[in-house]
Design a protein around this ligand. Structure first.
Ligand SMILES: Nc1ncnc2c1ncn2[C@@H]1O[C@H](COP(=O)(O)OP(=O)(O)OP(=O)(O)O)[C@@H](O)[C@H]1O
Ligand SMILES: [Mg+2]
Length: 452
């Protein structure tokens, strides 16, 4: 429901237009002169002003329009012009009117133009609100978020950043584990020392040891010169072991030993060197499960998991989705040099409903693509990928008999599995119990959803 001010010196016509809008659930007020309109608009807040260009009093519609735009740029003005006076309409647009309609006014056309203006106003207000919140929420390094679960995490980061304890950062893929590691580093007293990261999954296991601990010249075929290794490179800074769950077993033993002794030997070398870097590790695997399955050393797990930071999945961060989407939108629009300012309310609803198996990274990619695709100033549903457009969270009633829209059994299963998992606050063991799967079946299913 919106408030509309109608400025029109023919009372019968003003009354008729007011009734059209009332039927659409809007409230209207009317006045007959530009002067009156201006004083009303300074006292009250209207969502839309509809003004006749030919007003009886001193101030004509064009001047009114100009002054409204100057005083309250957020309120769209639609002007009504006599048939055939296109120049006047163009003049009004030039001074900042949102749009115009010609008299005699067609009801349908006026309603459409007015709804578009109201939508535009809502979008602008929403963008403004999100921008202000981004400012506030961006306080925490690069990590954007204001949902309770993220706030709790920021709190925890602040409490543990400065210590020497090893920290295990856990979270689904794309939740921001690397950003958390960087935030921990830059909020610690080590912030001016190096931050060195290694992805344990990306380095072949045969090279991992040499990467971490360094090697002497000639230690292996490609070792044409000696290298100090990442533990040494990190110095008194931070060494971040990303994807720790992928580390091969023999390397796990060597790492454990190095952590315990606080020293390590270069590959092909004899003497041990001490290191003082602080260790951070991240994993998207359930390491307890890996320990149970004998794929991860229990002693190493306890060594690393002194403090644990759990990153919530995006689907449980509520409105952070829109906050992040707006921030990504602005960045992408700037990079693409394109005027895209916001997200339509329909598209925003889809973003909030979707379950985001790929988390923040998926959202980032989705918004970047949508900014590239959109033909408007806002991202619409049509600019979103098919999987998001079609996604109906927790919707088990199938409202259609159209074969093209009927979901497969697999899709229904996915919806139900995710609903149960959601209801159990992400606790997989509990969800598996309800679903009647064993835990591994549940893991396999969740992994397969992610691949789609
Ligand atoms: N809270 C956040 N605010 C802003 N950007 C974020 C946030 N979380 C993640 N991102 C962005 O999302 C992307 C993924 O983040 P990151 O690489 O840290 O995730 P990850 O958990 O390490 O993922 P993976 O398990 O796949 O390695 C990055 O581009 C990062 O900048
Ligand atoms: Mg990562």
């Amino acid at each position: 429901m919106s408030r509309i001010l109608i400025v029109e010196d023919e009372p019968d016509f003003a009354q008729m237009v007011a009734e059209w809008f009332a039927a659409d659930q809007h409230t209207t007020e009317t006045c007959v002169s530009g002067e009156e309109a201006l004083s009303m608009a300074t006292i009250e807040r209207y969502d839309l002003i509809l003004a006749d260009l030919n007003l009886g009093g001193q101030m004509d519609g064009l001047e009114l329009c100009q002054r409204i735009v100057a005083a309250s740029p957020d309120v769209p003005v639609i002007v009504m012009t006599a048939f055939g006076s296109l120049d006047a309409a163009i003049g009004a647009i030039r001074v900042g009117a949102y749009d115009f309609v010609t008299k005699p006014v067609d009801k349908q056309q006026l309603i459409i133009v007015a709804e578009r203006a109201l939508n535009h106003r809502r979008l602008k207000a929403e963008v403004k609100r999100l921008r202000e919140r981004i400012q506030v929420a961006q306080d925490f390094e690069e990590l954007l978020g204001e949902s309770p679960s993220m706030r709790r995490m920021f709190d925890l980061i602040d409490r543990v950043a400065d210590g020497d304890m090893t920290i295990l950062i856990r979270g689904e893929s794309g939740t921001g584990k690397e950003l958390v590691a960087r935030a921990l580093h830059s909020r610690s007293r080590r912030k001016d020392e190096p931050f060195v990261a290694i992805n344990c999954a990306a380095v072949p296991s045969t090279l991992l040891e040499a990467e971490l601990f360094g090697h002497e010249k000639g230690a292996f075929t490609s070792a044409t010169s000696a290298r100090p290794g990442l533990f040494a490179e990190a110095g008194a800074g931070t060494l971040f072991l990303d994807e720790l769950g992928e580390m091969p077993p023999e390397m796990q033993s060597k790492l454990l030993r190095a952590i315990q002794e606080k020293r390590a030997r270069r590959v092909g070398g004899t003497k041990e060197t001490a290191f003082e870097a602080r260790l951070l590790a991240a994993t998207n695997r359930d390491l307890e499960e890996e320990v149970e399955q004998g794929r991860f050393r229990e002693d190493l797990y306890y060594r690393i998991n002194v403090i644990q930071i759990d990153l919530p999945p995006l689907r449980s961060r509520g409105n952070d989705v829109l906050l992040l989407a707006q921030a990504f939108l602005e960045r992408s629009a700037q990079r693409a040099n394109k005027r895209v300012v916001g997200i339509s309310s329909d598209a925003a609803r889809r973003l909030l409903e979707y379950n985001w198996p790929g988390n923040v990274r998926e959202l980032e990619n989705c918004i970047e693509a949508a900014v590239a695709l959109t033909q408007y100033e806002q991202i619409t549903i049509d600019d979103l990928p098919e999987r998001i457009r079609r996604y109906r969270a927790e919707d088990f009633t199938v409202h259609t008999a159209n074969p093209a829209e009927l979901p497969s059994l697999k899709e229904m299963e996915q919806r139900y599995v995710l609903k149960v998992l959601h209801a159990m606050n992400g606790n997989k063991a509990a969800a598996a119990k309800i679903l009647g799967f064993d835990r591994r079946t549940l893991y396999r299913k969740l992994a397969s959803y992610r691949e789609e």
